[in-house]
Design a protein around this ligand. Sequence first.
Ligand code: AMP
Length: 189
Amino acid sequence: MNLILFGPPAAGKGTQAKRLVETRKMVQLSTGDMLRAAIASGSELGKRVAGIMERGDLVSDDIVIELIESRLPEAEAAGGAIFDGFPRTLAQAEALDRMLEHRGSRIDEVIRLKVDDEALMQRIAGRYAESGRPDDNPESFKVRLDAYNTQTAPLLPYYQGQKKLVEVDGMGSIEAVAAGIDKALDKAR
Ligand code: AMP
């Protein structure tokens, strides 16, 4: 089963993806994690994306599509992927559909975590203090939220058109959101 965890920055996608890795033995494919690893390793790719990420802008579609493509065999071997933070543009969503189709596979479900902007701003204030992530600072976070609203949210009708979109309330505790996701997944089976 291939699943997309969809939602704005700080909606809890990473936390919930990690839990699904444990409970369902799926593979988490987080482009944000891959890019941060590239920066930490000091690679050419890391040098190219560091400034873009720090500002809160999106890196180019080509880069993230290639990162995801290189990890699809591993996810397939594990029986499925949880896409976390990808796709973020229509071009990425279409590329993902093509890549999976080419491998005889598909996206089965898109789970949208719904969280209001006010709650996101509060969460991020707490997370910045803890994580020290440079793009969690208030200015960059605003750019990330804008990128979500202008470039990523338009994917919702795309997946709705494919009848794959399920909405889960992302405002509760980690456990409550997890229960909502489990319910959505069990229904999909
Ligand atoms: P995340 O950890 O998913 O919030 O991603 C952190 C940052 O990495 C984003 O603000 C973007 O700069 C970059 N990034 C991650 N995934 C993508 C993507 N699918 N497309 C473009 N940029 C991305």
